[in-house]
Design a protein around this ligand. Structure first.
Ligand code: A3D
Length: 320
């Protein structure tokens, strides 16, 4: 069987980490595309030169031309501008919407059969726009945010309880950003829900609330430390988990920003919900019942996304 071709659109911090992980996991051959000349070529060569040491077989190419992504099975999009301290994800909207237009037309022309994972912020609005600009089927265009948000939540919980991250599951819904909705009752340690762990004295409600708050602001915490960019190791690892589920038809249940057509009472929007990712792309949207405070928090988050999508429609009326 021929190797898959994985196109990385954007060869910055996340793009470089993605390229390295694709090799280490032997998911396929890599094409790195960027508008910056020399960067994708240099990173591709550097990682290729590590392959004899780590013992993986993958071809690497760097390019400034969309032609090179022809026939890609997966495209992971990080092209655009990341946050600087003091900037919100939403400040990026106008700049990155233009980038999505270029990327969308490149994918439409050269990789119309790809599974597309968008990471560019503001995530939910950018993946919505990328689907429109690319014209690819909606179940083949998804956004990465929930896997990262829930990974942060799992890490903080594992640290609090002093248990393995492997035994902590977390459930996060909603848009990527400060309004994301971590659901404590569906988040567990070895199947024991967090509210039960509070009752068992493993932690207090106040500490759990602080962890949820830290999760919501996990991106800003890294931006403030790095000062010159935003998180890239964990975002890259999260997108790779999604790509792997598609390429190996693992049918993992992962929280992703997906197109909703009536699920959760929402239409023509992209919001983070749990989905099954397999060889057909988004194979199923998992719709849980939401009530009370959880429903209100989810609606607030969906409203924040709607505001961003409306802003995109104002800038680019052809998307409406
Ligand atoms: P960075 O290292 O700046 O890489 C972005 C790359 O995009 C640069 O190499 C640019 O040259 C390139 N680029 C800019 N315009 C274009 C274009 N028109 N076509 C092709 N390439 C272009 O950023 P990064 O890798 O750290 O982050 C990339 C994106 O991911 C940013 O928008 C971040 O805000 C976003 N991000 C999202 C998450 C989520 O959880 C959703 C997490 C972290 C970062």
């Amino acid at each position: 069987m021929a190797r898959h071709k994985i196109a990385l659109i954007g060869a910055g911090q996340i793009g470089g980490t993605l390229a390295h992980l694709v090799g280490l996991k032997e998911l396929g051959d890599v094409v790195m595309f960027d508008i910056a000349e020399g960067i994708p070529q240099g990173k591709a060569l550097d990682i290729a030169e590590s392959s004899p040491v780590d013992g993986f077989d993958a071809r690497y190419a760097g390019t400034n031309s969309y032609e090179a992504i022809e026939g890609a099975s997966v495209c992971i999009v990080t092209a655009g501008v990341p946050r600087k301290p003091g900037m919100s994800r939403d400040d990026l909207l106008g700049i990155n919407l233009k980038v999505m237009e270029q990327v969308g037309s490149g994918i439409r022309k050269y990789a119309p059969n790809a599974f597309v994972i968008c990471i560019t912020n503001p995530l939910d609005a950018m993946v919505w726009a990328l689907q429109k600009y690319s014209g690819l089927p909606k179940h083949m265009v998804v956004g990465m945010a929930g896997v990262l948000d829930s990974a942060r939540f799992r890490y903080f919980l594992a640290d609090e309880f002093n248990v393995s991250v492997e035994d902590v599951t977390a459930f996060v819904l909603g848009g990527h950003g400060d309004t994301m909705v971590p659901l404590a009752k569906y988040s567990t340690v070895a199947g024991i829900p967090l509210p039960d762990l509070v009752k068992m004295g493993w932690t207090t409600q106040a500490r759990l609330d602080a962890i949820i708050d830290r999760t919501r602001n996990g991106g800003a915490e890294i931006v403030n430390l790095l000062k010159t960019g935003s998180a890239f190791y964990a975002p890259a690892a999260s997108a790779i988990a999604m790509a792997e589920s598609y390429l190996r038809d693992k049918k993992r249940v992962l929280p992703c920003a997906v197109h909703l057509a009536g699920e959760y009472g929402l239409k023509d929007t992209y919001v983070g919900v749990p989905v099954v990712i397999g060889a057909k792309g988004v194979e199923r949207v998992v719709e849980i019942e939401l009530a009370g405070a959880d429903r209100a928090a989810f609606d607030k988050s969906a409203d924040a996304v709607k505001g961003l999508i409306d802003a995109c429609k104002k800038i680019a009326p052809d998307l409406a």
